[in-house]
Ligand binder design. Structure first.
Ligand code: ADP
Ligand code: MG
Length: 358
């Protein structure tokens, strides 16, 4: 179990990581996700021992490792830029950290290359400079696994690869995590990879953990508008609170045809300010068919491949709304620019949330 308690890092007056607390189960795949500059790399470098925290503690299986130097902790860090030695061969690169830790290389290279899906016969003796970006990242991964770390820390390792390769390596990383007895802590600003790969997700903004949970929990129950918008494109519009009890709130918005009650709690949670509905949880049809809908005029229908983004303007409030529906549905309904319609959704798909984000 990897544990952080009140972990904090200040650069001068800039607080990059603020009182972060977490526990990551041994062997699991945890992802730290958040926008650029929110403190992800700083957090990871503290876990790796490359950076001293200003305050707080890092524990591994109950042992305080806050002040252990990098080479004394069972962690290994992989970066987006590979930091391989280009003039050395693949095998030499992989053996480097083994030797740096005064361990004897004993045939790990072949096994490690197989683990990262590179044929040892073909690649072991090639200079790294002859490899493609994806192959270099595989070698970097093999190298980081060479001394069998308990914890592999990955700082946006796929960010410089093309999309198809990213998907492939994402899958392979999840497989590798399942094969090995190693905890993966993966840092990314890309929500998509976070959702696909992780057992546990930590959403960070401005140095603080805003929400933690399984990808599904966070997707279904975002705590505020920051997380909701980070987790998927959504319509976010302000509402008025009419009445609040311990576990419910009555809201006023013209989409609700008067007021409507929604579950909301606990009692000490800040008042909701917004109603959030994901683009792909809405539909647009000429007549109102559900209980919640906003009269709109279609402004634009954008073909996205197998779905369309329907951009529309509220006829009562002049706000911009977006619905994502299948292309089949668009042609079935025959939506075109200038049409009057209703953007609507199942009440169950409504998120009632306080504002968030820095
Ligand atoms: P992320 O990896 O999420 O993009 P970083 O951890 O790199 O975020 O940075 C978090 C904050 O700390 C940013 O405001 C950044 O400018 C600042 N920062 C990062 N490294 C340093 C440094 N070495 N010195 C001063 N400020 C830094
Ligand atoms: Mg970073």
């Amino acid at each position: 179990m990897l544990k952080a308690a009140n972990l904090r890092k200040e650069y001068g007056s800039n607080v990059a990581v603020e009182d972060v607390e977490f526990e990551i189960e041994s062997g699991s795949f945890a992802t730290i996700v958040g926008p650029s500059g929110c403190g992800k790399s700083t957090l990871l470098r503290m876990l790796a021992g490359h950076l001293s925290p200003t305050a707080g503690r890092i524990e591994l299986d109950g042992i305080d490792i806050t002040d252990s130097p990098p080479q004394r902790r069972p962690t290994s860090l992989v970066f987006q830029s590979w930091s391989l030695f280009p003039h050395m061969t693949v095998a030499e690169n992989i053996e480097f950290p083994i030797e740096a830790r005064d361990l004897e290389p004993n045939g790990q290279v072949e096994r490690l290359l197989e683990q990262v899906r590179l044929d040892p016969e073909e690649y072991a003796d090639k200079p790294v400079s002859d490899l493609s970006g994806g192959q270099k990242q595989r070698v970097a991964l093999a190298r980081s696994l060479a001394y069998e770390p308990d914890i592999l820390l990955l700082d946006e390792p796929l960010a410089s690869l093309d999309y198809v390769l990213q998907k492939k390596l994402q899958r392979e990383l999840t497989e590798l995590n399942a094969e090995l007895n190693t905890t993966f802590v993966y840092v990314t600003h890309s929500l998509e990879s976070a959702l696909i790969m992780s057992d546990q997700l930590f959403v960070i903004d401005d140095g603080s953990v805003i929400q933690r949970g399984s990808p599904d929990e966070i997707y279904q129950e975002p705590v505020d508008t920051f997380v909701a918008e980070f987790m998927g494109d959504a319509n976010v519009f302000p509402i008025d609170v009419v009445e609040r009890t311990d576990d419910a709130v009555r809201l006023d918005h013209h989409a609700l045809e008067g007021t409507r009650e929604f579950p909301y709690g606990p009692a000490d949670r800040p008042d909701p300010e917004y109603l959030v509905v994901r683009h792909d949880d809405t539909v647009v049809t000429p007549a109102l068919e559900t209980e919640i809908g906003i009269p709109v005029t279609i402004a634009n229908v954008l073909n996205k491949g197998n779905t369309a983004l329907v951009e529309a303007k509220g006829t009562r409030d002049d706000e911009e709304y977006v619905s994502e529906i299948s292309l089949d549905r668009v042609s079935e309904i025959g939506l075109t620019d200038g049409d009057e319609a209703y953007l609507q959704w199942d009440p169950e798909k409504t998120h009632v949330l306080p504002g968030g984000g820095s």
